[in-house]
Design a binder for this molecule. Structure first.
Ligand code: ADP
Ligand code: MG
Length: 327
């Protein structure tokens, strides 16, 4: 489980602070695939890095708390930001954006697997015994153990991504964070990666967090999802409900921009672009692009609150029951 409380972060730059995550509050459960969506630049990667505890200058946590309790078969971990690093690989794994560069292109994969498994998890094993475990894990994931002899540069982009996911999940972590795991891969390869992630989550019954700007990815594999806009969480709920009945005007635009099977009409993108984070609008950050925005929206930041059971949104225009009051 991941619990985020009042979390705000900023990048410290010579031109001043860039507030990227703004007072985030949400919980991600055990045994679910949780998606994080939103246009590029809205802070998805910053959030994932913060959850994984890679807070590197100029990124700073200004306030708030993250608690992660990853359930593994034998242990239960509960820890806060600052200690999350202690269970990297073992209980929390991270597949970074553009993960391809994680692998050293000129080192055989078997060495990269051996090097990434913490010593205490190798116990008294010989190298050969550990590699045998790795080989049978690869087979479980429908990957040929022969790739252990290969160098990453010899593999296709899709195969490298599968290997990285296998590497990240070898220790059966209770939490897996994946940043844009299918971006830059072709559609057929994408589908294979998504199936692999779904299968892994079912097997491990753990918490999986998938970041993607592609709403299609969320529709296909996530159970619940959060929509981010300009560093804030603007909506959260069960994926199915969000697609059926989006609450926030920004979510509605993202959902409507997604092409549907059999729909031949041209899809227009979302008009306008996200605001400069350096100098964001005063009230609701979405107000300048929102067709329903009122004076209040331009002045006051809306709070993120539960609109109906399990559905959260941050919008001034909502009335009871979750529809746009004057839309
Ligand atoms: N190293 C950095 N220094 C200053 N600002 C940064 C840095 N990295 C990211 N940002 C700011 O954070 C914003 C969000 O970035 P990011 O989290 O990568 O968004 P996303 O993953 O949604 O595309 C960027 O638009 C940029 O303004
Ligand atoms: Mg990103």
């Amino acid at each position: 489980m991941i619990k985020v409380e009042n979390l705000s972060t900023s990048y410290k730059t010579i031109d001043g602070d860039i507030h990227v995550l703004n007072d985030l509050n949400f919980t991600i459960g055990d045994n679910e695939i949780f998606g994080i969506a939103g246009e590029s630049g809205c802070g998805k990667t910053t959030l994932l890095k913060t959850l994984y505890d890679i807070i590197e200058w100029p990124l700073v946590i200004d306030k708030g708390r993250i608690v992660i309790s990853g359930v593994k078969k034998d242990k239960e971990y509960s820890y806060e930001s600052g200690q999350i690093k202690k269970t990297w690989w073992n209980n929390i794994a991270y597949v970074p954006q553009a993960a391809q560069s994680v692998l050293d292109p000129i080192t055989r994969l078997k060495k990269q697997f051996l090097d990434s498994i913490p010593k205490e998890d190798r116990k008294m094993e010989t190298k050969e015994q550990t590699l045998k475990r790795v080989a049978s894990y690869l087979e479980e994931l429908s990957l040929s153990p022969d790739i252990l002899e290969a160098y990453p540069f010899q593999l296709s982009g899709g195969m490298r991504q599968r290997v990285i996911i296998a590497l990240a999940t070898f220790m059966s972590p209770g939490v897996v964070l994946a940043d844009e795991p299918t971006t830059a891969l072709d559609v057929v390869v994408q589908r294979g990666i998504l199936m692999m992630l779904t299968r892994l989550q079912k097997q491990l019954k753990n918490t999986m967090v998938i970041v993607s700007h592609d709403m299609g990815v969320h529709y296909q594999i996530t159970d619940r999802m959060g929509i981010m806009y300009s560093g804030s969480m603007v909506e959260l709920g069960a994926t199915e409900d969000i697609f059926k009945d989006p609450i926030h005007p920004y979510t509605a635009m993202l959902v409507n921009a997604l092409p549907r099977v059999g729909d031949k009409s041209a899809k227009v993108g979302i008009p306008g672009r996200p605001p400069e984070l350096k100098n964001p609008p005063k009230g609701c950050r979405f107000a300048p692009r929102c067709p329903y925005a009122t004076d209040r929206c331009k002045e006051m930041v809306p709070s993120f609150s539960e609109i109906k059971p399990g559905r959260y949104a941050a919008c001034h225009l909502l009335k009871e029951g979750g529809s746009i009051a004057n839309g």
